[in-house]
Design a protein around this ligand. Structure first.
Ligand SMILES: [Zn+2]
Ligand SMILES: [Zn+2]
Length: 249
């Protein structure tokens, strides 16, 4: 049987809501066998942890025995790098695209040149040291300008953009690079991304997979049903799941 794990969660150290202990308590309640705390450690983002806060988090996560194993991770964009002295204490690096390093002026949220740049950014991120490629096709850095949108409207826009621009050729390049560099593709439960066909393609290329709730409110820790349904439906074997490949489970 595959044990449940959630390798993408936030605490109040960045833009989450609860403490590490709150996350662990909720994770245990939801039947997790493994949890990772992965706050934003990413210079250009407004809600991010500092080097000092990362040190504090290392203390909290490593300095105490919890009822389930707890990993200390960070979520970072391409610019964010873990300071060399702290590398040994950081178990997990999630690379997510929250912004484009080289800003591209978009004339609309559907500007093709902007999404070309996003696609290259994802491919570039897969060349950096890391363990997980976070929310590919989800939580896109939408160039909204002054547009007012709701959460659901943004998710609908993302699906439209994915259909329109995230073609098979790019998906194959992502799958191939991720498999080569042993970077797990995140099955992002909260946004239900990437799309199933994309996940299937990654599976065929022999990619590893991670699962994340990307919980910000404590209540969302361990809300990973969708991801585990996908794993079951596609019959993704344990060996292709990051915690098993790494020997964490
Ligand atoms: Zn993110
Ligand atoms: Zn996140």
């Amino acid at each position: 049987m595959i044990q449940r794990f959630d390798l993408h969660t936030h605490t109040y150290y960045s833009d989450g809501e609860g403490s590490v202990q709150d996350s662990v308590d909720k994770g245990v309640e939801r039947g997790l066998a493994l949890l990772a705390v992965t706050d934003h450690f990413d210079e250009p983002l407004p809600h991010r942890i500092s080097k000092e806060q990362l040190e504090e988090l290392i203390e909290i996560v490593k300095g105490k025995a919890y009822p389930i194993p707890v990993l200390l991770g960070v979520e970072t964009g391409i610019e964010g790098a873990v300071p060399p002295l702290l590398e040994k204490d950081v178990d997990l690096i999630i690379r997510s695209v929250h912004y484009l390093r080289k800003p591209v002026k978009a004339v609309s949220p559907y500007d093709p040149s902007y999404w070309e740049a996003y696609k290259n950014e994802v491919l570039d991120l897969l060349q950096k040291p890391g363990d997980v490629a976070g929310h590919i096709e989800g939580y896109l850095p939408l160039p909204l300008g002054d547009m007012k949108t709701t959460f659901d409207e943004r998710r609908a826009m993302e699906r439209e953009i994915a259909e329109k621009y995230f073609d098979r050729e790019w998906q194959e390049a992502v799958a191939k690079t991720a498999a080569q560099n042993r970077i797990a593709i995140e099955i992002h439960s909260f946004t239900k991304t990437p799309r199933i066909d994309f996940i299937r393609l990654c599976q065929q290329y022999g990619c590893l997979f991670s699962v994340g709730s990307d919980a910000h409110p404590t209540e969302n820790i361990g809300k990973i049903d969708w991801a585990f349904e996908v794993i079951e439906d596609l019959k993704i074997p344990k060996e292709q799941l990051l915690p098993y490949a790494k020997g964490w489970l």
